[in-house]
Design a binder for this molecule. Sequence first.
Ligand SMILES: Nc1ncnc2c1ncn2[C@@H]1O[C@H](COP(=O)(O)OP(=O)(O)OP(=O)(O)O)[C@@H](O)[C@H]1O
Ligand SMILES: [Mg+2]
Length: 420
Amino acid sequence: MMHLPPLHCASTLGELPAFDETVGSETPGEEVARRLRSREELPGVMVTHEGHLAGVISRRGFLETMSQRYGLEIYLQRPVRMLLEALPTPPLRLPAELSVHHAAARALERPEAELYEPVAVDSGGRPRLVDVHTLLRAQSRILELAHAETARALDELRDTQEDLLEARKMAALGQLVAGIAHEINTPVGVSLTAATHWREEAARLRSAFEGGGLKRSELKRFLSHGDESAGLVITNLQRAAELIRGFKQVAVDQSVETRRPFKLRSYLKTVLHSLRPRLKQTPHVVEVECPKRLTLDSYPGALWQVITNLTINALTHAFEEGAKGLVRIDVHERDERVLIDFRDNGRGVPKAHQERLFEPFFTTRRGRGGTGLGLHITYNLVTRRLGGEIHCESPTPAGPGTRFLIDIPAVAPDADRSTT
Ligand SMILES: Nc1ncnc2c1ncn2[C@@H]1O[C@H](COP(=O)(O)OP(=O)(O)OP(=O)(O)O)[C@@H](O)[C@H]1O
Ligand SMILES: [Mg+2]
């Protein structure tokens, strides 16, 4: 068996082992027999006439013709030109630059009777013969290589996708941190102002007291101011503490994907709090309507990502420049299921895009910050982690815009570790 050289997916016909055994058209047939005998691996002999390739006498063709009645007597002593005439078709000629892959395909397209004939390879005007068996072995080697390469590329793609998902998670957490900072700023700021004001009052009171001129009415005023300030400080710090607690829970939900019972309404509010810095940069409004007592036993972290993705999508994609958009989240309870109706009154999603919306990497903002992973992740979270369904409608029954209908069980199914 011919030894194959090292190959790669784009190897060409010219790289394969080839033979240039040639005889002139007037040479007696005997000479072909001698050549074929002396080199066992030779697939055939080329016949030239006036410097051009006139044909190929393959080993198989030669043996067949010789085994015909009187074959030996007729052909051995006569010029090979006659032998060529007895062989039906001219050889398949292919350029050396043709890829092995395409060459093999061309070789296999031949009629069955010619399938095993060698292929004449043209390179720089000098044809050479390649055994078809060698060609097919090279082809199968290349298919193996291509297969391995595809598997490797797929692995790489998976890694990249995981990295992207991880990056998104980090970005989401970053957003959360920004949200916390922003939200906490207000109550802490108010407390600080109140406390500062109270300290000034106290300083004034002390100097009046030390000067011996403290009036009863001044003391009374200080005490009532003090009450007020303390009240402000306490409520605002409580508010801050509450926000921190909410965010801390969200951060934990995000990072460890905890399952726990939680009140949907206050959770949605926390999610929207975390998005406030983003919202504040836009003229749009987000409204939430949710039954107060509705409790889910589910994965709040997943829900947080879903609502965050949909809200940011609405803010990014839905509204025309200068428009004042409305995003509404309506939650309904039905039996043991929860229906989240998430919609905007923006430009909507064209019919042609609707079926591709949840595909990974589908985005209309490529190169402008869109990865096209948001809705894909959302889809996976809803269907796998939360055990529900999500559909998109555009326009919505209420008019133009986009609507995402999320239907999830109030009690999520058991964890499926394949979920991203
Ligand atoms: N509310 C919406 N209104 C109009 N088009 C939308 C809306 N939500 C999503 N789309 C369309 O769906 C596409 C896919 O959304 P997806 O969240 O998967 O990716 P993206 O937002 O483009 O990128 P990324 O989420 O990575 O930033 C968007 O590019 C946009 O064309
Ligand atoms: Mg998005």
